[in-house]
Design a protein around this ligand. Sequence first.
Ligand SMILES: Nc1nc2c(c(=O)[nH]1)N[C@H]1C(S)=C(S)[C@@H](COP(=O)(O)O)O[C@H]1N2
Ligand SMILES: [Mo]
Length: 199
Amino acid sequence: MAFISRGFHGRRPSAGTKLPPGQYETTGFPVLSAGPTPRIRQDDWKLSVTTEAGKQHVWDWAGLMALPAESPTVDLHCVTKWSKFGTEWQGVSLDVLLADVETAAEHVLVTSYGGYTTNIPLADLVDGKAWIAYGYGGSDLAPEHGGPARLLVPHLYLWKSAKWVREIELRPSDVPGFWESAGYHNYGDPWREQRYQGD
Ligand SMILES: Nc1nc2c(c(=O)[nH]1)N[C@H]1C(S)=C(S)[C@@H](COP(=O)(O)O)O[C@H]1N2
Ligand SMILES: [Mo]
């Protein structure tokens, strides 16, 4: 249980609780997927960043591995009300991926292998807030949890952390993703309990 006593990390609006409103803590790691788990071999994996000007930046697995890695320890909050504290990941910061990408766009649509989509403001993917995660607890990220690589945006509800990430599209306008089109909140801040449209 060492990872629970590691203490506070990150910023929270109120000191003393790590649990956003309406959430409960779990020590398991539930799997939540809207469809079957796509099996993508590392050799076949590619990640594209496309800009509003139509420029495409592509990384294959070797290209991703060549980028500097980080090991964020973060709390996860799922809109189905479980939170998991102190999860340990390995991955590449979006700041690194986007460093040479020229854009004036403010909106992002993320698309996964398998077709899942989610929309996120670009501001929520930069400044140390998001990663392309390929390791979990020192091992390769399991396919059920999004391996070979997933987006990790822990300050928003976990549906924003697209598993099996394939494309990051920088857009001049916002467009709702899979759950956002189905009535879930467009932004999804767990601390403001933004579960559904209108929250
Ligand atoms: N591609 C894809 N990513 C996804 C999902 C999905 O169905 N497909 N589900 C989302 C939801 S609702 C949650 S809660 C988390 C669950 O991540 P986990 O299965 O690793 O716990 O993945 C998110 N990312
Ligand atoms: Mo979820």
